[in-house]
Design a binder for this molecule. Structure first.
Ligand code: BG6
Length: 469
């Protein structure tokens, strides 16, 4: 592993930052849920499944704890920290006037990170769509939102470029093709006659936003690196039946590679173009020009990896995944692999396979910006210890896989930033699903406690993964 390897951790604003009603922040989609809008909560449930979290106002309260948190990260030896900027903290209405307090907050955070030797890795959009853009333009369904995003991205590059050298555009945007309504405030089902055109309009709009931001970043901060962020969905064939192999190939193409081919080649795949045309959607010449501009092409590929799935023609195993994200992929259980208590398959070797596949295919550096084990850590002992050996063992195996990909397979990997390094609210709506090295006591002033994994990861970083036990 290179000495410059970016060991770190990862978060997002709506799950971690809090301070929703402070510092001039505007209202995002998640704040609307917190303010008891049943419509917003229903809309979220319709795209994400059951959501038990009803209030995102404070979450882990990074807004008030950032100095302590950066100190803890520094103690662990972090070289990088991924966070997102809350769009509504910069532009309370999504567009219009900038909020100077928001700029000041992030400048303080980024400058402290830099002083502590930690590279900020910044996501521009991690799902917290400004409510005002939903109300006025249906979020990503309206091209006006894309223009607002371009303005917001440019403001971030100018205000934070001095500190931030690693940028990510839209979190897990390959999922938009499966969940196009998320971020629009619109409820659409596959039975709606205009579903396909709706889906491609939203997906294409998010892609314009992505390409425009990449180009702007390259223009404004020439020494920065900007990447995408995609949710990896590695599928294996359930059996060696060629039909199963074909299904897995198609799954990987549709959910991973269609998106990455677009982002790296600057054009939709021929199959995508055909499907879009069939739905009555055409891409303008102006957009094609933007996409194919070399300045709009990403510098690295970053992704989340939690599990792999199986696809096959036998139908009998599919139900076992009910209630998990894997169900969205209509995937099957892998008889060779165990699952977490939340039903996510545990597959460290899959990470090595994926890193190789990505590097072979695109020859761009990769960065793992999410990975980890979400579990209920309800064992904060009287002496405030959390003995999370299950998390250590999950992370150990995944880090071994990363090391093998780097040292043996020669994949160029920039860093490893496991998810929710300090406990935060789960996106699938369960606050008790924790990922962190640091426990946050939501019931008692958001106090922070070092878990056993904290000390273990500290040593991993110190020894550059030479010592993993
Ligand atoms: C990714 C998201 O999908 O997975 C995160 O980028 C999310 O926002 C993470 O929290 C883990 O999912 P969950 O549902 O366990 O929080």
């Amino acid at each position: 592993m290179k000495d410059t390897f970016l060991w770190g951790g990862s978060t997002s604003a709506f799950q971690f930052e809090g301070g929703a009603n402070e510092g001039g922040k505007g209202v995002s989609f998640y704040d609307t849920i917190s303010r008891s809008s049943k419509a917003a909560a229903d809309n979220m449930e319709s795209w994400m499944g059951t959501n038990k979290i009803k209030d995102y106002t404070v979450t882990s309260d990074f807004y008030h704890h950032y100095e302590e948190d950066i100190q803890l990260m520094s103690e662990m030896g972090f070289k990088s920290f991924r966070m997102s900027v809350a769009w509504t903290r910069i532009y309370p209405d999504g567009d219009g006037n900038v909020n100077p307090q928001g700029i000041a907050f992030y400048r303080n955070v980024f400058s402290l990170l830099k002083k502590s030797g930690i590279e900020p890795v910044v996501t521009l959009y991690h799902w917290d769509m400004p409510q005002s853009l939903i109300d006025r333009y249906h979020g990503w369904y309206g091209i006006e939102t894309v223009h607002a995003f371009e303005q917001y991205a440019e403001t971030c590059f100018r205000a934070f470029g001095e500190y931030v050298k690693y940028w990510l555009t839209l979190n897990e945007n390959n999922m938009t093709i499966m969940m196009p309504g998320f971020g629009t405030g619109m409820k659409k089902t596959k039975d709606d006659p205009d579903y396909d055109i709706f889906k491609y309009t939203v997906f294409h709009n998010t892609n314009i936003a992505h390409f425009a931001a990449v180009r702007k970043c390259h223009e404004i901060i020439p020494d920065a690196m900007i990447g995408c962020m995609f949710a990896s969905a590695l599928a294996y064939p359930l059996t060696s039946d060629p039909e199963d192999v074909l299904l897995a190939r198609n799954h990987n193409q549709k959910l991973n590679y269609d998106y990455l081919d677009l982002l790296t080649r600057g054009r939709y795949t021929p199959k995508n173009v055909f499907e879009m045309k069939q739905a009555g959607f055409t891409v303008s010449e102006e957009d094609s020009k933007l996409f194919s501009d070399p300045k709009s092409i990403i510098d690295f590929i970053s992704f989340s990896y939690y599990f792999s799935v199986c696809t096959g023609t036998e139908q009998n195993a599919a139900d076992e995944n009910a209630g998990t994200v894997q169900m969205m992929y209509q995937a099957m259980s892998n008889p060779k692999l165990k699952k977490s208590t939340f039903g996510w398959t545990i597959d460290p070797t899959g990470l090595r396979i994926l890193m190789n596949d990505l590097y072979d295919r695109y020859q761009l550096p990769v960065m793992i910006v999410e990975n980890g084990l979400g579990v209920k850590d309800d064992i904060l002992t009287e002496d405030k210890e959390v003995h999370d050996d299950y998390r250590i063992s999950y992370l150990r195996e995944h880090i071994k896989a990363v090391k093998a990909a780097v040292d043996e397979d020669h994949v160029d990997c920039l860093g490893y930033l496991p998810w929710g390094c300090i406990d935060l609210y789960s996106a699938s709506g369960d606050r008790d699903k924790r990922y962190g090295f640091i426990y946050v006591d939501y019931e008692d002033a958001h106090k922070r406690y070092r878990k056993d994994s904290f000390f273990w990861y500290q040593n991993v970083i110190k020894t550059n993964a030479e010592e993993l036990d």
